[in-house]
Design a protein around this ligand. Sequence first.
Ligand SMILES: Cc1cc2nc3c(=O)[nH]c(=O)nc-3n(C[C@H](O)[C@H](O)[C@H](O)COP(=O)(O)O)c2cc1C
Length: 194
Amino acid sequence: MNDALKDYLSVRRTVPSAQLEDPGPEVTEIESLLTIAARVPDHGKLAPWRFIVYPRHDREAGRDWLLTRATQVSEYGDSGPEAEKVRRFANAPVVIGVVSSPRDHPKIPLWEQQLSAAAVCLNLIHAAHAHGYSAQWLTDWFSYDADAATFLGAKKGERFAGFIHIGTPAIAPVERDRPDTAALTTRWRPPESS
Ligand SMILES: Cc1cc2nc3c(=O)[nH]c(=O)nc-3n(C[C@H](O)[C@H](O)[C@H](O)COP(=O)(O)O)c2cc1C
């Protein structure tokens, strides 16, 4: 088993955003992370996604707007889970939004373009780990609220595939239950009637 399999792919775990601390990636490291993240399968070479980097001080500056919006969408006001997610959004050293930005194309379906955006998210997590950091893929309510998504930079026709929170883990992650891949796997045979 090579090192990437043994030390990373076989044991990778998310570290929750609340446990991601300084230091986080610097500007040149972020450029490297994005270059690696963009190296994904992409039918038609459309690059149907883009990145938005959220520096921490700018996330803090936007917090009041998001908290106000959280109280509008939450039945619990500013003590609900929505407001908590806003506070979490400001925590990690670096947050990068991966925006699904599909093109009109006669041959490449929307679904495939969205799948490519998801591949970017996971590749960004891999890139963060390769640079010595940990990461968490979150969508949170503001991915799905049109006003909040616009506030965070999504344009017409776009949606967030995720916000990747990146930093240095404050805790060692523990393993979680993993799916039984054998139970999820079948071997296809042609149906009897065919
Ligand atoms: C598309 C997508 C969106 C997610 N959004 C959230 C979220 O909003 N809040 C949350 O607590 N976890 C969310 N998660 C799950 C976290 O990334 C979670 O920490 C992770 O799945 C843990 O599994 P791992 O250790 O195998 O990475 C999301 C996962 C995916 C794939």
